[in-house]
Design a binder for this molecule. Sequence first.
Ligand SMILES: C[S@@+](CC[C@H](N)C(=O)[O-])C[C@H]1O[C@@H](n2cnc3c(N)ncnc32)[C@H](O)[C@@H]1O
Length: 357
Amino acid sequence: MRTPLRMFDFQAGVLAERIHATGRSQENTVEIAGNLIPCYSGEFWTSRQRQAASIHEISYRACFKPQLPRFFIELLTKNHDIVYDPFSGRGTTVIEAGLLGRKAISNDVNPLSRILTEPRFLVPDVEVVMQRLSEIHEQKKIPSRTVLSMFFHPETEKEILHLKHYFARRRKARTEDNIDRWLRMVATNRLTGHSKGFFSVYTLPPNQAVKKESQIKINKRLRQKPQYRDIYELILKKTKSLLRNIDHVQAENLKRISQGVRFLSDDSRHTRSIDTGSVQLTVTSPTGGWVAFEVGEVRSGRVKLEEYVVPLALRSGFRCEGIILNVQTFTKTSNIWGISNNLKGTNTNRIALFHKE
Ligand SMILES: C[S@@+](CC[C@H](N)C(=O)[O-])C[C@H]1O[C@@H](n2cnc3c(N)ncnc32)[C@H](O)[C@@H]1O
């Protein structure tokens, strides 16, 4: 005999109430592992015309749109709650938390994550960045051997090495400051990539970097040779672009919250330094409080990952409060640009929402 389906009382639930209040939700239920789970569908965050903060614009593999964590942070947390991302990457969740005045914990096994995220909590003045770049440029150059000619023009590589020696000296003398950390963040992000905005010839971004041998093959295939890139100019240009729509209130929020942000580089399965029950919202992985887990679709939507994630979370003592589908319908113009990820003309983000008391 079939086990009767359990239906969560989502009418009375806080999620249902708040999702209703957005006025954009269509509701039905899905059956997963013997449970009837509410499914809310609508254009929840991509419909918002409000542009994301430019300070997020750091290239990183598989990062999500800032509007996604923003939606859940605004929906489920209040000022000074702690927002956690165990797979933080470029730090989209924690930066968005900071912009909204929440505390945050960022964790990622890749040390690049902290280098790229932490400096953006202390937004610098462009004039000060410009001044520091010119001071570094003027400093005496140490002769150094260039070995990455498949990625960089020799003069560009010398400039990179000069900057690297500067950082090493500052660190050794314990004089490294926020501006140095900002410059390292921008330079690390500009090191390798696809366009003329990067120091390298066309290659993969830093967190997907290829080996020298593979780059030699890429150069042959694309018949390309590294051209000279002025790293000082590119760092300044990227700094201006990152800061272009950050207003005084956002900069102040980030600065205030910078004291309350923790950066960990643990395996997410063993983050013992986080106190049990201290986190109010996690955007991606289970602890107490709310968990907004972007599950995505694989094999053109034929495999729905929530069907695998939900039973695991239920076994770990979470309630699945619902599945949220953010459905974005594209215009003809976006289709011309090839934006039709799953179905022709639509793009769906699938989020499983869990809760634990
Ligand atoms: C898809 S990226 C996250 C991107 C992030 N949502 C953003 O918007 O920037 C996944 C991250 O998980 C990290 N990671 C993978 N396995 C991990 C583990 N076991 N513990 C901690 N971090 C891990 C990777 O280093 C990578 O930065």
